[in-house]
Design a protein around this ligand. Structure first.
Ligand SMILES: Cc1ncc(COP(=O)(O)O)c(C=O)c1O
Length: 390
């Protein structure tokens, strides 16, 4: 099997990551429509932190903007500055908040900090005074995650003293769910009730609670703006059910060498795999430095010419070994590609084999892969029927 794409980077690459921008756009539309299903004007943002979960934020952002997405979240201010270069007008919110001394950067690049405590609120109000202009702000209220956001005491201060927002325009109130992927976990309802109480006490500002899995908890959780990340990139937001999202990434790695081995020979560092029969081993060009986790040792497989091929032995920094004994030699030659992620192995599947989650699989996708972006026209929505003259 040859590798996808035909440019120089692909010709030289050990592995090629294909990202389907059309599938990301279709996933976004699906989530937005789920928000609108109850008939309320719920909008849908996109979380593009960690380089859009490894898929490439500066390409995903404009693609989603073209689809109608109007709100973008990242974690770090530098992620926001990079995104601002390709999204000149739309609001970009920085979840990690306002670091001391970065107020000028936020103003210069027209970014919106997610304010996580009173200290950040005070600093941002001070910036509004210094720059003599109203500045947009998002308030993050902690409803139980105990990680970032106004704690209950600080939230109460804000409710009692609305003047603390003077000079600022409250663009959004957010909170983040602890266990939204567990649909029957009572903590969801508890967080919802705390969030509702805060939002009611701060009338006039739009609100956002639902991450990807939160969208599937139902309309009570939707408020004004959905805030999905993972599901956009094809990660299953419903872990115990079939995945409603379209797959987004495929990863193909190149065979570098094929060798014969005798029965009882070992393969790789530490001799962690031993052949039970004479056979053949292929070495492919990806390793733990590319996000192919060491925990995958003797635990997963790749796909080659219709065969399910076990990964054997320890994963090295740049190399992985696979048992190709059952693949005909003609279909297993140096330069051929094997499918590491794709229809046969989703990021959720690989995560299970690696004993992690698909978020970590996606955000660990290697920086050394050649990247090919596709946008399948068949995933575009049907055009609206033209109005018939009366
Ligand atoms: C504050 C916040 N909102 C939204 C998201 C998106 O969550 P998910 O990727 O589960 O959709 C994240 C991601 O961790 C987050 O930290």
């Amino acid at each position: 099997m040859s590798l996808p794409g035909d440019n120089d980077a692909v010709r030289r690459a050990g592995a090629v990551l294909t990202v389907d921008l059309g599938a990301i756009a279709a996933n976004w539309r699906g989530l937005r429509d789920a928000g609108r299903a109850a008939g309320r004007p719920v909008d849908c943002a996109a979380v593009l932190k960690a380089d859009a979960y490894g898929t490439g934020a500066t390409l995903v952002g404009p693609r989603l903007a073209a689809e109608g997405c109007r709100h973008f979240f990242v974690a770090h201010i530098d992620e926001a500055i990079a995104l601002r270069a390709v999204l000149p007008e739309l609001p970009i919110y920085v979840l990690n908040g306002l670091l001391p001394g970065t107020e000028g950067d936020f103003v210069e690049h027209r970014l919106v900090p997610v304010l996580n405590h009173l200290g950040q609120l005070n600093a941002w109000r001070g910036a509004a005074q210094r720059y003599s202009r109203p500045l947009d702000a998002v308030i993050h209220v902690d409803t139980g995650l105990n990680r970032l956001g106004f704690n209950p005491d600080e939230a109460q201060v804000l409710v009692n003293e609305r003047g603390r927002l003077r000079g600022l325009r409250l663009a959004l109130i957010i909170s983040h769910l602890i266990a939204s992927e567990e649909q029957n976990n009572p903590v969801n309802g508890e967080q919802l009730s705390r969030f509702r109480t805060f939002v009611k006490a701060m009338p006039g500002a739009p609100a956002s609670l639902a991450n990807s899995s939160g969208v599937f908890l139902g309309p009570d959780y939707h408020f004004d703006l959905l805030r999905p990340g993972a599901a956009l990139y094809g990660i299953n937001p419903l872990p115990d059910q079939s995945n409603p999202m379209l797959p987004v990434v495929t990863l193909n790695a190149r065979i570098l060498q094929v060798r014969k081995i005798d029965a009882f020979q070992t393969v790789g560092y530490g001799g962690a795999w031993r052949a039970a029969r004479p056979g053949r081993v292929a070495t492919i060009a990806l390793g733990y430095a590319d996000g192919y986790f060491r925990t995958l040792i003797n635990r997963t497989h790749v796909q080659l010419a219709g065969h399910r091929v076990p990964v054997i032995g320890r994963i090295s920094m740049d190399l992985t070994t696979i048992d190709v004994t059952d693949v005909p030699e003609a279909q297993c030659q140096p330069g051929d590609g094997v499918e590491v992620l794709g229809a046969h192995m989703t990021p959720d599947d690989l995560a299970e084999h690696a004993r992690t989650n698909a978020y970590e699989v996606m955000t660990s996708l290697g920086r050394r892969y050649a990247r090919v972006y596709v946008d399948r026209p068949e995933l575009q929505p049907e055009p609206e029927p033209a109005e018939q003259p009366a």
